[in-house]
Write a protein that binds this ligand. Structure first.
Ligand code: IVH
Length: 674
């Protein structure tokens, strides 16, 4: 090939690679394989190697490889990057709307655009004639830092804009938030811990730290993303409204948040605010509120700006999920498996509307890593359904004379030896007759998802054990009324109710029975899988390791724990005692024949009319399916109820079959329909 042909080929490859980046990163709909993409990129790299003059700054090869800087240059923003005033509840949001209406001298509803308020780092991207020329941090709003090299490594930021649908303005400034998804954050922290490095406190710090690296290669490895949400200076193209702007920029190749919504009144915006707050833990990335913006640009101009924030927008903040409090004590709590977990007793604090007085410290490694001590002032966090945890210590507030905390070497319940198993982070009490373990087993055995003994709660189990009426689950089936009425606060009527409930639990399913036994690694779902695969207790307890491992979803570790469980004389004895107490295990044949959802993976999202999500999941599993909580390429169906959110979006994006609640009901066998 001669030089002209090479130049032409390089141009062609550049164009195609830009197009495929757009398909992959912006549209999330690639049209070629990764291998094909890599091949084209390599060909272009080779051409550029040979003819360096072909290597333009907007070349797709130029995302990585820039040399580290000594320091960042300063950039002055053409237009100030403002910040936002906050509204902390619905009333304050209405207050914002009133100020807007007063400013506009109107009583009519104002149209707003609402967007999730991402917790990341604000950046400005500058494009000249469609080419990315500069990217900077917000800094103090007037000047920021030039982080162009780092931003280039983020594939979600276009290096060259598309002009196939719309002409390019000669100057275009777009602002957005660079952030990191929670999964990537957790993954990175795991790697850092393994490498003996300090983990990041949260995704925001991690995104910010990754962007302010002097070596762009570090940024490149961090899997950062961006959502674009505002404009700076634009020459050569005018917009009438923010919504028009948000609908236009993806055509040039920018990524915008699909959750953004146009609202025709403040009440609609409030609905969005409340809806998103309830889903904030399901998004996969952190948000700390929503941003409510006046849509019409002419109205924005009329309202104007204060010194640092516009009058036309407000941040509707969610309730904090983190608060500062003090650790009053640390307790070593022993669970059913003997695991000794450090639990912090906190000075009670209201987090997101719930009073929190205990938080997990996970294990000794975590305590060491965070250096948590009794008396410390700490940040405690509560997110959605997860157990509250201690995030970090505020060292500046540490009182004098504190000591590092160590879990006791003796079990606080039975005095048994506490040891850490190699390769495990958990310390365990080694005494299998430790009352904490025995009580834990009993509680688990009676619980709703296990034998479902109505009325036999945690307190009563403790009482029965402490009074030596029961030592193991089989003893429950030999309790006599005369014994029970002797217990404190136990009237004859409640004693009878309890005995009836115990009696009723004799009739059970194999899955419940297996789950109730508390075999390590066998949760509700796996118990159902085992029920389906083995059909009877005998078949399962005599299964070989190979047979166990041949079951889909049973890996070597799980197979071993099942095998070991049935191999242990003490456990065999317990099963014998239970069966002697006339426990009748229903064989699942009748149900197993219904395999409506056999081998299908189903995700339920949003609110349904006829089921709770947990009942729908159980039903799908009874019918042979697997209910999971996140949508991926392996998902067969997504059942979307009211207000289904990001999971539905994702299903639609990747082409998973979406069912309405009614369509799901229609698939059910008659006897299972609500
Ligand atoms: S608009 C004048 N939209 O919030 C409007 N900001 O305190 C300025 N942020 O620095 C920004 N998500 O880092 C806007 N959808 C969104 C946002 C957003 C997050 C951040 C941004 C900004 C801060 C304002």
């Amino acid at each position: 090939m001669n030089k002209d042909q090479d130049r032409e080929r390089a141009r062609e490859l550049t164009e195609e690679l830009h197009y495929h980046n757009f398909r992959y990163y912006i549209k999330d709909d690639p049209v070629i394989s990764d291998a094909e993409y890599d091949r084209m990129l390599r060909e272009l790299q080779e051409l550029e190697e040979e003819f360096p003059e072909l290597r333009t700054p907007d070349s797709p090869t130029q995302r990585v490889g820039a040399p580290p800087l000594d320091a960042f240059e300063t950039v002055t923003h053409r237009q100030q990057m403002l910040s936002l005033a906050n509204a902390f509840d619905v009333e304050e949001i209405r207050g914002f709307d009133e100020r807007v209406k007063r400013g506009l001298e109107t009583e009519e509803d104002v149209e707003y655009v609402c967007e999730p308020k991402l917790d990341g780092l604000a950046v400005e991207l500058v494009y000249e004639d469609g080419v990315f020329v500069q990217g900077s941090t917000r800094g103090d709003g007037t000047t920021g830092e030039d982080i162009t090299q780092n931003l280039r490594t983020i594939p979600y930021i276009p290096l060259k804009l598309r002009n196939d649908q719309l002409d390019l303005p000669p100057l275009l400034e777009v602002r957005g938030e660079v952030y990191m998804e929670e999964e990537d954050f957790e993954h990175l922290n795991e790697q850092r811990l393994e490498a003996g490095e300090q983990p990041f406190a949260n995704p925001r710090n991690c995104a910010a730290g990754s962007l302010r690296q002097l070596d762009p290669n570090v940024t490149a490895g961090r899997n950062l993303k961006i959502y674009c949400y505002e404009r700076g200076v634009i020459e050569g193209k005018s917009f009438g409204s923010h919504w028009e702007f948000l609908e236009t920029i993806p055509k040039w190749g920018f990524r915008t948040n699909p959750l953004a919504r146009r609202c025709s009144s403040i009440e609609e915006a409030i609905e969005f605010y409340e809806g998103l707050e309830s889903r904030r833990n399901d998004l996969g990335y952190e948000i700390d509120g929503i941003v409510i913006k006046v849509n019409d640009y002419a109205l924005r101009d009329e309202l104007g700006v204060r010194s640092r924030s516009p009058r036309w927008a407000v941040a509707g903040k969610f309730k904090a999920q983190q608060e500062v409090t003090v650790i009053e004590d640390i307790e070593a709590s022993v669970g059913r498996t003997g695991a000794v977990t450090p639990v912090a007793h906190l000075k009670p604090v209201n987090i997101g509307g719930v009073t929190v007085s205990r938080a997990t410290l996970h294990n000794q490694d975590e305590i060491d890593r965070k250096d948590v001590r009794i008396g410390d002032t700490v940040v405690a966090q509560r997110a959605g359904d997860v157990i509250p945890e201690v995030v970090k210590v505020i060292l500046e507030k540490r009182p004098e004379n504190t000591e590092p905390y160590h879990l006791p070497e003796e079990c606080p319940v039975c005095g048994g030896h506490v040891a850490k198993v190699e390769d495990e982070a958990i310390h365990r009490c080694q005494n299998i007759s430790c009352p904490a373990q025995v009580k834990g087993h009993l509680k688990h055995f009676a619980s709703k998802a296990a034998m479902d003994i109505d009325g036999l709660g945690v307190k009563l189990v403790e009482q029965l054990f402490d009074e030596e009426f029961i030592q193991d689950p089989a003893d429950l089936y030999h309790l006599a009324k005369d014994d029970l009425v002797e217990l404190e606060r136990m009237a004859e009527k409640s004693a009878q109710n309890l005995l009836d409930a115990i009696d009723a639990s004799r009739e059970t399913t194999l899955a419940r029975f297996l789950y109730a036994l508390g075999i390590r690694n066998v949760g509700e779902h796996l118990a159902r899988v085992l029920e389906r695969e083995f059909g009877s207790l005998d078949a399962l307890r005599t299964a070989s390791l190979d047979e166990l491992e041949s079951v889909n979803e049973v890996g070597p570790i799980v197979a071993e724990s099942i095998y070991n469980f049935f191999d242990e004389e003490q456990n065999r004895e317990l099963i014998r005692k239970l069966l002697d107490a006339n426990i009748a295990i229903e064989t699942p044949e009748a149900e197993a024949s219904d395999d409506t959802f056999a081998d299908k993976t189903i995700v339920f999202t949003g609110a349904m009319e006829h089921f709770t999500r947990s009942d729908a999941k159980k039903l799908a599993e009874r019918l042979g399916g697997r209910a999971t909580s996140s949508v991926s390429g392996n998902t067969d169906f997504v059942v979307a109820g009211e207000n289904a959110g990001s999971k539905l979006d994702k299903a639609q994006e990747i082409g998973v079959t979406v069912l309405t609640e009614q369509e799901f009901i229609d698939m059910l066998p008659e006897e299972c329909r609500p």
